[in-house]
Design a protein around this ligand. Structure first.
Ligand SMILES: [Mn+2]
Length: 218
């Protein structure tokens, strides 16, 4: 993979993020991980297995694939199985914007926090489709209530314009559990937006907000 090439994986099991991070590291070195998900995916083991779709980001940290204190989870909610889960995650240098934080601070402030943390570092963007509410993405393994609306996810992604995204994935789409292709539509739209972000990566193209209509105060 040449340095000017960027890669997107579509799936499928989230474990694919680990070999993707290894491949991206070979070209770009350690990256910041921007991870949209209902779950942390930094457990030590899952069903006693060290490499699964609930553990791969701990393995990535242990392998030195992530820049410490640059990575973030966005959209976290749902069950936590051990009270140490958040403690361990913090020790791996992750910062968390929970789904409820977005309710409290709003999408523009969440975008500002993400942009401030990522800066100009090379970024791997991983979107687990279960970050969306099951109303928008029912076709996934562990659907969790109270997720992002699709319009919130798209606006968060579009707020990353100019960030240096060197690799990405959209994962955990399970067509067997989908209906009316709604989950696939969400995933395909996210991939389309990722390609747009990669085209603008590292450039200083204006943000869509620069074109926003001025709405007079009522
Ligand atoms: Mn996941």
């Amino acid at each position: 993979m040449a340095k000017d090439k960027r890669i997107i994986a579509v799936g499928g099991d989230h474990t694919i993020a680990l070999p993707m991070l290894r491949a991206v590291n070979k070209v770009h070195g350690p990256v910041a991980l921007l991870h949209f998900d209902a779950h942390l995916d930094t457990w030590d083991t899952y069903f006693d297995e060290p490499i699964t779709h609930g553990t791969m980001f701990r393995r990535a940290f242990e392998e030195g694939l992530l820049i410490e204190d640059k990575s973030m989870h966005v959209g976290i909610r749902g069950p936590v199985y051990d009270q140490d889960d958040f403690l361990r995650d913090h020790e791996f240098g992750f910062q968390i914007i929970r789904r409820t934080d977005i309710d409290d601070i709003g999408v523009p402030a969440a975008i500002a926090k993400v942009r401030e943390r990522l800066g100009n570092t090379p970024v791997y963007l991983s979107v687990d489709i279960d970050v969306l509410d099951p109303a928008f993405a029912p076709g996934t393994g562990p659907p969790e209530m109270g997720g992002l609306h699709s319009r919130e996810l798209l606006r968060l992604l579009r707020g990353l314009n100019g960030i240096n995204i060197v690799g990405a994935d959209v994962v955990e789409v399970a067509p067997a559990y989908d209906h009316t292709d709604i989950t696939s539509l969400a995933a395909a739209t996210v991939v389309f937006d990722m390609m747009g972000l990669m085209v603008n990566s590292g450039s200083l193209r204006p943000n869509e907000n620069d074109y926003r209509l001025e709405v007079p105060a009522v």
